[in-house]
Design a protein around this ligand. Structure first.
Ligand code: SF4
Ligand code: SF4
Length: 275
């Protein structure tokens, strides 16, 4: 785990609990969108509300798990269309994680609760610049700093599949976890005062009412270019493990020592062609 966080946890343990207020700035006040504003994408339709299965089997800090579900994202084929963003929002808004709040959804400066965001960058120097679309959500770290800082035990990592979740009934909205997450992957829901984040669609991937091929996160189902792969990164024969092995998959900022489970497939370099 990150050195500075270890020091804070140690100091808190000596003092008998968290003593310093989190430095995370307060999120703006948000209002719930009208349901009609979000039409469900055809690939991720929820027929009836499904409660996320709350696992009581929690991983101990630093425990090595035999199964770790994760996303592997191919930066070569992501076109920045945001289908993963909207399908994620739709699925989670109509399920046990939602409704996910929005403020001014159609204004000049829209804000809201998103589990998955796509950031777009311009890289390189003209005329050899390239546009990079970078999807980012919770990376389901193997050593997640967001878990041990939680004073109520609301934030936890499941032992059976490595998914990091928040138990909304236990969350007091203190934002310690958001402050501890170095990737900015947690999203406070100001309206309900609970912390939210990507669940890897835990209420979908185990749903036996769905055909087997549809038991994937909504973002994976919606991506039109197949840029998002999903599976067990601890199984060497899984699609995700093969992609990581054969195509140079890498973790985001490994120097932060959180061991992110999600990984990225690097872009191929193609020299610019002059006509
Ligand atoms: Fe926790 Fe952030 Fe890692 Fe997700 S990305 S497990 S929220 S530290
Ligand atoms: Fe735990 Fe909720 Fe506080 Fe995060 S905001 S540390 S999940 S109680």
């Amino acid at each position: 785990m990150i050195g500075w966080l270890k020091e804070i946890l140690h100091a808190n343990a000596v003092a008998g609990g968290p003593s310093a207020a989190p430095r995370k700035p307060a999120a703006p006040t948000v209002q719930r969108p009208a349901p009609a504003m979000m039409a469900p994408p055809p690939t991720a339709v929820r027929t009836e509300p499904v409660e996320a299965p709350v696992s009581r089997v929690r991983a101990r800090q630093g425990e090595t798990l035999s199964k770790q579900l994760a996303l592997v994202i191919d930066l070569n084929v992501c076109v920045g269309c945001h289908a993963c963003v909207t399908s994620c929002k739709q699925w989670n808004t109509s399920g046990s994680a939602g409704p996910l709040a929005d403020a001014r959804p159609y204004g000049a400066n829209p804000t809201g609760t998103f589990f998955n965001r796509v950031q777009t960058y311009e890289a390189g120097e003209f005329p050899g610049t390239e546009t990079i679309h970078f999807p980012k959500s919770c990376l389901h770290c193997e050593d997640p700093p967001c878990v041990p800082v939680c004073p109520t035990g609301a934030s936890y990592k499941r032992k059976e599949d490595g998914i990091v979740l928040v138990d909304y009934d236990k969350c007091i909205g203190c934002k310690y976890c958001a402050w501890a997450c170095p990737y900015g992957a947690r999203e406070i829901d100001e309206e309900r005062q609970v912390m939210t984040k990507c669940t890897l669609c835990v209420d979908r991937i185990y749903d036996e009412n769905l055909p087997k091929e549809d038991r994937k996160p909504a973002c994976v189902m919606a991506c039109p270019t197949g840029a998002r792969l999903f599976g067990d990164v601890k199984d060497p024969e899984s699609e995700v493990s093969k992609a990581i092995r054969e195509r140079g998959g890498y973790a985001l900022m490994p120097e932060w020592e959180t061991q992110p489970a999600n990984q990225y497939l690097p872009r191929h370099k193609t020299p610019p062609v002059k006509h």
